[in-house]
Design a protein around this ligand. Structure first.
Ligand code: MLC
Ligand code: AMP
Length: 515
């Protein structure tokens, strides 16, 4: 049996291939300007898969992609699965030094970039010996599609077993550089099938897709649920609450990080009436504030379903869809998904009691096999009995609902993107005149958490906070750049000499408080 994820997707294509699969909407107005049928998906993924195979890439070759969101980019992802290679999506905000690391670490055989980035990407891929560099832009035009134009529109799906690698997702490391989480066809398919069942997907669903497609949420959770049910997508190349609200009337499901819900609520056009055909609003990737949960219910009559996931594990927990399974409880991430084992362990590696706080650990067919070429890191992140340590800290109540209460990993989640303080501190510490720095996350009304840095000057040096921000913007992804930099005489330390970030967080807690 072919366990290629694309084989499962292809077998779920509706019988009527001329049906519309994707409606592409203009982000700010929601006006639909193009439609894509299931026949188009079949033909375009076949052409691209044939093109990829014509390049005679080695088995297991990585295809790295850093392009703006477009339906063609989604087709490229599907084609890589179809042809049996490994997909490696990269955040569009990454700049040269970040891309250089990913290319050096993953050694892709092929790289697809936007025309805008070609000039700086080419020297990087040349130096790393990447055999093929193509382009693809947000308008769906690029050399990667040109190369596929004359290819046949039929293709027999590459044979894969469930354990074969399908994708590598880079996640930032607590110390050092990013690690590539290796996800197999089986990891992705098992989780997608579970979500389709648990959230009761059907071909009648219409999903508003307004998330980026280089992370688990937009690429896997949203796209797979639609693809495995023959439902319909209303596709936004970027999130804009005005366009989304204009299309809510026609949709049944929406998925977003909490920032998207905050922005929807800030628009008075979000009403009960525009949500009347919706059946499900799903939130995840970062904590959803109880205020947002309550305000959304009051305004729209809908109770947001919060779920919890991560790159290494896909989705772990979800609040119930059906009332018969329980209520959706704000501030919780619900129950472990069917087939996924989740447990809590305390400092003594013992199982936690009800309401006792502990580290969240997971086991199941959804869990990745390890970090790309980092066996030691992989070993560190698993318990001796084979559970993956998420780095999140939580508790379970007597009814079985899980709540995430914090993180043991020093991680900031800003607008659904992860930022590791150690990485930003290392960039700041390398700046002229900087003796040391501390990077923290503080509450932010839009992004949930915002990145803030505190820097100490070397003796005799003076630091200009604005100039430091400007320099960082030139070098690293924009969402990682501190929104504010403070220059301090020293960092608070405890008796052990460790920086007391909790004190810094207290000091700057109200920095972005809503007026
Ligand atoms: C943009 N900016 C951010 C930011 N996004 N700053 C902090 N955090 C963010 N997330 C800043 C830019 O640096 C820029 O600043 C300014 O905002 C405008 O940039 P933009 O790109 O035009 O912003 P916008 O389109 O408004 O983007 C905001 C957003 C986006 C919330 C729509 O960040 C987003 O799509 N987030 C979703 C991320 C996501 O999908 N996560 C899922 C991970 S999967 P300046 O100063 O340069 O002007 C995962 C597992 C799981 O976690 O469980 O799902
Ligand atoms: P990533 O590594 O980008 O996949 O991010 C995964 C992390 O996002 C998890 O380890 C959690 O810390 C966080 N996360 C995901 N969903 C939720 C949620 N519903 N509530 C709180 N944190 C979440």
């Amino acid at each position: 049996m072919n366990e290629n994820l694309f084989a499962a997707i292809a077998s779920a294509f509706p019988a009527d291939r001329n049906r519309t699969a994707i409606e592409i909407a203009e982000p700010s107005t929601g006006t639909i300007y193009r439609e894509v049928t299931w026949a188009d998906i079949e033909a375009q993924t076949a052409r691209l898969a044939n093109m990829l195979q014509s390049l005679k890439l080695a088995p297991g070759a990585r295809v790295a992609v850093q392009t703006e969101k477009s339906v063609e980019a989604l087709m490229l992802y599907l084609a890589v699965l179809r042809a049996g290679y490994v997909y490696l999506p990269l955040n569009t905000a990454y700049q040269a030094s970040e891309i250089e690391y990913f290319v050096g670490n993953a050694e892709p055989a092929m790289f697809v970039c936007s025309t805008r980035n070609y000039a700086w990407t080419k020297p990087i891929t040349d130096a790393a010996g990447v055999a093929h560099l193509f382009t693809l832009d947000e308008d769906g035009i690029g050399t990667v599609l040109d190369a596929a134009t004359d290819q046949p529109k039929t293709h027999s799906i590459a044979h894969k077993s469930a354990n074969d690698l399908a994708a590598i997702l880079y996640t930032s490391g607590t110390t050092g550089r990013s690690k590539g989480a290796m996800l197999s066809h089986g990891n992705l398919l098992s989780n997608a099938k579970t979500l389709v069942d648990y959230w009761d997907w059907s071909e009648r669903d219409v999903l508003i897709h307004a998330l980026p497609i280089f992370h688990v949420h937009g690429l896997f959770v949203a796209s797979h649920c639609f693809l495995l049910t023959g439902a319909k997508l209303i596709w936004f190349s970027k999130f804009d609450q005005r366009g989304v609200i204009a299309q809510l009337k026609r949709a049944s499901v929406f998925m977003g990080v909490p920032t998207l819900y905050v922005r929807l609520l800030a628009d008075s056009r979000l009403t009960r009436e525009v949500c009347s055909r919706m059946r499900l609003f799903i939130a995840g990737s970062a904590p959803l504030l109880i205020e947002t949960f309550n305000e959304f219910r009051e305004r729209t009559g809908h109770t947001i379903l919060e779920r919890y996931g991560m790159s290494e594990t896909n989705m772990l927990c979800s609040n119930p869809y059906l009332a018969s399974q329980g209520e959706r409880r704000g501030g919780t991430v619900g129950f472990p998904l069917p087939g996924v084992d989740v447990r809590l362990s305390n400092d003594r590696a013992e199982r936690c009691d009800v309401d006792e706080i502990g580290g969240i650990e997971v086991r199941g067919p959804n869990v990745f096999s390890g970090y790309w070429r980092m066996p030691e890191k992989t070993k560190e992140e698993f318990t001796s009995d084979g559970w993956f340590k998420t780095g999140d800290v939580g508790k379970r109540d007597e009814r079985g609902y899980f709540t995430i209460v914090g993180r043991s990993k020093d991680l900031i989640i800003s607008g659904g993107y992860n930022v590791y303080p150690a990485e930003i501190e290392s960039y700041i510490n390398d700046m002229p005149g900087v003796a040391e720095s501390a990077v923290i996350g503080v509450p932010h009304p839009d992004f949930g958490e915002a990145v803030v840095a505190i820097a100490v000057a070397k003796t005799g040096a003076t630091l200009d906070a604005d100039a430091m921000i400007a320099t960082l913007k030139k070098g690293i992804a924009n969402f990682k750049v501190p929104k504010r930099v403070f220059v301090a005489a020293e960092l608070p330390r405890n008796a052990m000499g460790k920086v007391q970030k909790n004190l810094l967080r207290d000091t700057h807690h109200s920095l972005f408080a809503r007026e």
